[in-house]
Design a protein around this ligand. Sequence first.
Ligand code: AMP
Ligand code: GLY
Length: 450
Amino acid sequence: MSIFVLFFYKKKNKLKLSKAAFYKNRLMNILLLGSGGREHTFAWKMTQSPLCDALFIAPGNAGTAQCGTNLTLDVSNFEAVKAAIIEHQIKMVVVGPEAPLVNGIYDFIKSDDAIKDVMVIGPAKSGAIMEGSKAFSKTFMAEFGIPTAAYQEFTLENVEAGYDFIDTQTPPIVLKADGLAAGKGVLIIEDKAEAKTALKEMLEGQFGDASKTVVIEQFLDGIEFSVFVLTDGKDYKVLPVAKDYKRIGEGDKGLNTGGMGCVSPVPFVDDVLMQKVDERIIRPTIEGIQKRGMVYKGFVFIGLIMVKNEPYVIEYNCRMGDPETEVVFPRLKNDLVELMTAMSKGTLNNHTIEIDERTATTVFLVSGGYPEAYEKGKAITQLENTEDVLVFHAGTKSVDGQIVTNGGRVLTLTALAENMDAALALSNKNAEIVQFEGKNYRKDIGFDLK
Ligand code: AMP
Ligand code: GLY
């Protein structure tokens, strides 16, 4: 058979393949890294895809164990990740949290001959630095004209200049550790003298190397929201917008947490505002990524604030949000594995995002004491009595068949309904049903959107 004839022979036979056989040819084993509510939501969504054969989650939680196989491995140990990829014949690695990305897991996999063909969902180190360094992201925004708070950066060498800069600012003063600080690296301080002391402490290593450089920026007074973008490095698609409630206390009082609840869509984010976000922020961000030659095949999470109807960037993250994922993915009708394959292969432009018009809300149940010291190992009961919600596990594990608490944020209850009040009623009702000693949650998620 000549090559030409062979080509048509193959093509003709391919067309005859049934849909099932077509999917069978593309079936793959997937490895998901992470252990939070975000990862349980990824696992829940990916296992709905006919492209997902076996799903492995490292290290996962009691919820992800219901979607696939949890692997006990330290995701900061890239050699251990490689061994798991080979052992389980993984074709796609989905990276949930930022740390492995900032530390270069993409580059590690792509530069190893044994595993370089594996798809990695997330940016290379050159892209993850958008989250890994606040100073980098501020310079990036300045270069590409992306609206953000005015700022300057300081190190111990020019701490005096930092004090002078604080004197020129109108409080509150916003101090940000340059590097990753587990969500704790931003201080907002009313008093200038206190801000100067805090600056010195940060520069002297309060957050280790992460605060050897500190960004001081103008305080923006407005209302926050989060936008999520999928990109293959050239094209992009925008996912539903969400609003996270970060403070531990009702009325947005008290300490910052990883996030106590979320709502999607966000009523004040109308088409006019989204168009501004697209033109002034998303498009120049993706163009900037290209112009800087950054390798980016993953999610861009843009933390935004609306001040007098104008959007400004608070921060970039190189991953999905948690608990934002828990309201965004339930509204996404597309096959997530198909979208992630397109991100990896550079074919995102062939896809159209389809969104469920209903409102999604989620309410996080947390351990007593969180975000300060808390106890683990409390039995979680009544899970079987939840109704009309998706239960996404975060800090949970299974001990002898009993699910117990294993973190500050324990699990979150996502509801979908025709409007926000109806969805919140379901999330809150189920938050009452699930029990564990010390359970705490906010009963006022969405309070400022009504
Ligand atoms: P980040 O880690 O950069 O997201 O900051 C954590 C939180 O600090 C944000 O979600 C905001 O609530 C707040 N924040 C950060 N930067 C500013 C700013 N320039 N103005 C007002 N609030 C800010
Ligand atoms: N919920 C905020 C974050 O994921 O960073």
